[in-house]
Design a binder for this molecule. Structure first.
Ligand code: NAD
Length: 479
């Protein structure tokens, strides 16, 4: 499959005619080409988005909402095609793409299509003097840059609010996972989205992403990806006073108290550790278990990790597919080696799968590491972003809060206990953007989402996305 850029409603070759290989992570084989876009493509896309902004920003909420509902409907009618493409391109099990990634992408459009209809304005009366109200005005052209782990889910989490609030955009999906973004452009055409409202540029961060974030006519940068890239984006934004939203890495704590519902904590911890091969920024990669139940938890958790089916992501029985790329596989194995050098114990997994049918792909066994220093080990401090968790005992509430807060990241945490007051106490002390109590990754899109410390800047969600994509203008009218 050869992808094309989508500019001003048309599918076009990259200006310099260059392409990158698209690799199937299950086989290591090239199965398509994606445009290796450059500043010239960015220029054309930004121009189209700017022209489209003039009329799109004048459309009514009802018009935008109806179009977005249509987009959601078309994706839904092609769910199976999208799920199969996402699974093949990224490596995630088809069952996950079918039940999480694609339904959530559909919901992103429906959610913002509904929420803009209910948007109200702030107003105020200065007694006897003046009446003021706030007008929410769309900012302009947004650069929407997304990573490879939840390709369509995270890209649509940006596109949906962007177009709902009347902005237009140039998107740059990850060069590792471009296929569903390309299919989405076909949906935009079919739904009748006006030309230039959403433009899609494929290619690398250096060649396509960088000219986009630095472009003078792009006042908004919404980025999800790694912390190091996030810093570059932040610098580019600062140099030109652009609005910026950064959703970055995580090293999330999964805190399991002895008074938890053991079975629930156990089964959800398996999901929060290994879903999507551990390639979710919210995965609970640092598990802390209170010492009274530590041995029992470790035994049962390790057993369940060993039982996970790793294999062909297209098989509905598969629990874990390959990791996304050769480069990422090497990074994961590098951290497992570091753990070994630090004297850790590998309780499960710990290696690439070399069986005849899987050896060409990037498959790693679910890996459980114990006996690491709770705060100083590199495997506790640095984001591995793969099917690798550490598991560490703790004694008291104070101790585990200290452990949990010891990293430079602050995206999310889970707390497992049946004691409500304790859950609330611990949740309030954790330095993160989201705390889940007795659950994981339960997302209410009305709520703010984002990280603190090196996990990001700003929030996404119903009102937060409105703040980002709109400027508030106060209009004060004298009596
Ligand atoms: P990455 O930072 O390498 O790439 C993300 C995107 O940025 C890609 O599209 C890439 O091409 C682009 N990019 C790279 N360099 C650029 C540059 N100089 N200018 C403009 N764009 C550039 O991240 P990744 O490896 O694709 O994704 C994994 C990371 O994303 C992990 O750290 C993970 O935690 C994080 N993540 C965070 C969230 C969240 O919501 N906080 C969600 C998912 C993933």
């Amino acid at each position: 499959m050869k992808l094309l850029n989508f500019i001003d409603g048309q599918f076009v070759e990259p200006a310099e005619g260059k392409y990158l290989d698209n690799i199937n992570p299950s086989t290591g084989a090239v199965y398509g080409q994606i445009p290796d876009s450059t500043a010239k493509d960015v220029e054309a896309a930004v121009k189209a988005a700017n022209i489209a902004f003039e009329s799109w920003s004048e459309t009514t909420r009802n018009q935008r909402s109806a179009l977005m509902m249509k987009i959601a409907e078309i994706i839904e009618s092609r769910l199976e095609e999208f799920a199969a493409a996402e699974s093949r391109d990224q490596g995630k099990p088809i069952s996950l793409a079918r039940t999480v990634d694609i339904p959530r992408a559909i919901y992103n459009f429906r959610f913002f299509a509904n929420s803009i209809l209910n948007q109200t304005q702030t107003h105020s009366e200065l007694d006897g003097v003046a009446y003021s109200y706030v007008l929410k005005e769309p900012v302009g052209v947004a650069a929407l840059i997304s990573p490879w782990n939840l390709p369509l889910y995270l890209l649509t989490w940006k596109i949906a609010p962007c177009i709902a609030f009347g902005c237009t955009c140039v998107c740059k999906p990850s060069e590792f996972t471009s296929v569903t973004a390309y299919l989405l452009c076909k949906v935009f055409q079919q739904a009748g989205l006006p030309n230039g409202v959403v433009n899609m540029i494929f290619g690398t961060g250096a060649s396509a992403g960088s000219p986009l974030i630095n472009h003078d006519d792009v006042p908004l940068l919404s980025f999800t990806g790694g912390t190091v890239t996030g810093e570059l984006i932040y610098k580019a934004a600062a140099a030109k006073n652009k609005k910026v939203s950064l959703e970055l890495g995580g090293k999330n704590a999964n805190i399991i108290f002895a008074d938890c519902n053991f079975e629930e904590a156990l089964s959800t911890s398996i999901r929060s550790s290994f879903s999507n091969q551990g390639e979710i920024c919210l995965c609970g990669s640092r598990i802390f278990v209170q010492e009274e139940i530590y041995d029992k938890f470790v035994k049962e958790f390790t057993k369940k990790a060993d039982e996970l089916v790793v294999g062909d992501p297209a098989d509905p029985a598969t629990n874990m597919g390959p990791v996304v790329s050769q480069q990422h596989l090497e990074k994961i194995l590098y951290y497992i080696d570091i753990a070994k050098q630090e004297g850790a114990k590998i309780l499960a997994g710990g290696a690439r799968i070399t069986s005849e049918n899987l050896k060409a792909g990037y498959f790693v066994r679910p890996t459980v590491i114990a006996n690491v220093h709770p705060t100083e080990s590199r495997c506790q401090k640095e984001e591995i972003f793969g099917p690798v968790v550490t598991i560490t005992p703790f004694k008291t509430e104070e101790e585990v809060i200290k452990y949990a807060n010891s990293t430079q990241y602050g995206l999310s945490a889970s707390v497992w206990t049946e004691n409500g007051r304790k859950a609330n106490r611990v949740a309030r002390k954790l330095k993160v953007g989201t705390v889940w109590v007795n659950t994981w990754m339960t997302r209410d899109l009305n709520m703010p989402f984002g990280g603190v410390k090196n996990s990001g800047l700003g929030r996404e969600g119903k009102d937060d996305s409105a703040h980002f994509f709109c400027e508030d203008k106060t209009i004060c009218i004298k009596h």
